[in-house]
Ligand binder design. Structure first.
Ligand code: FAD
Ligand code: SF4
Length: 386
């Protein structure tokens, strides 16, 4: 299942040999967590895979997961090689190095006397805990669900196998100062201070699905329900996805892999406006996913056991998207409709001892940005206590 998402040894050698060894390290500067592809690629080139792996995990506690799903807008976008031909596939090199092996375990770190609670074991919580643990804080991570990884567990396993999330976590968890308490919902963040924690980092993600706000909305399944358990919604018929972002693409690809005959995405804006990577665009073509753009879904209704979408075309007026009158089109015969237009969470301000990190602070972002946000919250705590 995982064979194509890594580079084999020949591909890895070829890719690391393309690195120009740029002295200014633009790839490192473009990485939200300051990981240095320049350095780990040079180490791998010299056969020092353990050193390369150590260089990655020192900067990034979820290095293998990032290698598999980081978008091309960070290190790859900065890679000098793109001026010559095309950028080095840095994320895949990173994932392949850690697939090869993690560095040997870290030495024991001395407890500095301070205890910190982290709410949420998603990337931001893990990023915060790993950073604090390295600096001698005792950290307890409280996680509502039965596993680490947060929203990463919704990503289809053909892109990010769950064992990769676990492998990254197991390396972090070797630090005996970090404790994980699963199936533990924190209802009140300030109560953790009363329990003796010196500070709290809240990294609870964005759990609320954004509604379409249209009649018949209840006929659609949310991306959250769908990606949590795609097997519950298997159909060999027609599937409509409402939304045009990366999450909508994951829903479309999953429906196709689970046997849907036709998968069609309904997108309000143009193809060029879709916030997806070149690889995601390519995967839509390769998997024969249809795109109906500049189209809004106005209503969903049930007709003889199947679902019909009432749609209308949009155009731009003075730069604003507007419906075009008289363009109502009924699109019948869908077996499943999935809504994937985003998620939200209430926003809170940091207080003296409670800090927010990750998607709950910044809005929907990426894995590596969530880790960076967790690390930034950890640095605030280090500045207070050390
Ligand atoms: C389908 C999908 C595809 C994606 N694809 C990509 C991609 O290709 N590349 C990329 O970089 N990013 C991708 N992302 C985005 C990435 O997963 C998120 O940006 C990242 O997971 C956010 O991390 P976080 O720690 O802020 O929040 P989350 O990952 O949401 O983690 C929050 C954690 O907090 C826990 N929690 C919440 N409330 C409580 C509470 N009260 N008590 C205890 N625990 C609590 C939750 O159970 C959860 O485990 C994708 C996201 C989705 C949904
Ligand atoms: S920018 Fe690209 S070519 Fe230059 S050091 Fe980084 S990975 Fe190598």
């Amino acid at each position: 299942m995982t064979k194509n998402i890594y580079l084999n040894q020949a591909q890895l050698n070829a890719e690391i040999n393309r690195c120009l060894n740029c002295k200014t390290k633009p790839c490192m500067k473009a990485c939200p967590v300051g990981c240095s592809p320049h350095d780990f690629i040079q180490m791998a080139k010299n056969g020092d895979y353990e050193g390369a792996a150590a260089s990655i995990v020192n900067a990034n506690p979820m290095g293998q997961s990032c290698g598999l799903i980081c978008p091309d807008k960070f290190c790859m976008n900065a890679c000098t090689r793109s001026h010559l031909d095309f950028p080095i596939n840095i994320p895949k090199i990173q994932a392949s190095i850690l697939k090869h092996g993690y560095p040997s375990s870290t030495s024991d770190i001395k407890f500095n006397g301070h205890r910190i609670a982290v709410v949420g074991a998603g990337p931001a919580g893990i990023g915060a805990a790993a950073y604090l643990g390295k600096n001698g804080f005792a950290v307890v991570i409280f996680e509502a669900s039965d596993r680490v990884g947060g929203a990463l567990n919704l990503i289809p396993q053909f892109r990010l196998p769950h064992e990769v999330i676990r492998a990254d976590w197991e390396f972090v968890a070797q630090n005996s100062l970090i404790e994980l308490r699963l199936n533990h919902v924190v209802e009140n963040y300030t109560s953790l201070l009363k329990q003796g924690f010196d500070a709290v980092i809240v990294a609870c993600g964005e759990p609320n699905v954004i509604d379409l706000g249209i009649e018949g909305e209840e006929c659609a399944v949310s991306y959250l329900e769908y990606l949590r358990s795609p097997k519950d919604f298997v159909t060999d018929g027609n599937v409509a996805i409402i939304g045009g972002g990366a999450v909508a693409v994951d829903c479309a690809l999953t429906a196709r892999k689970n046997g849907a005959q036709n998968v069609e995405m309904f997108v309000r804006r143009k193809i060029g406006d879709m916030r997806i990577t070149a690889e995601e665009r390519m995967s839509l073509l390769e998997n024969d996913i249809d795109l109906t753009t500049m189209t809004s879904v106005k209503q969903i209704h049930v007709d003889e056991g199947l679902l019909t979408l009432d749609t209308c075309k949009n155009h731009f007026v003075d730069g604003k998207l507007q419906p075009i009158s008289g363009t109502l089109i009924e699109r019948p015969h869908f077996n499943l409709v999935i809504k994937a237009i985003g998620s939200s969470a209430p926003r809170y301000e940091d207080s003296e001892k409670i800090f927010f990190a990750g998607d709950c602070k910044t809005g929907g972002s990426t894995l590596v940005e969530a880790i960076a946000s967790g690390q930034a919250a950890a640095i605030k705590i280090i500045d207070i206590f050390l």
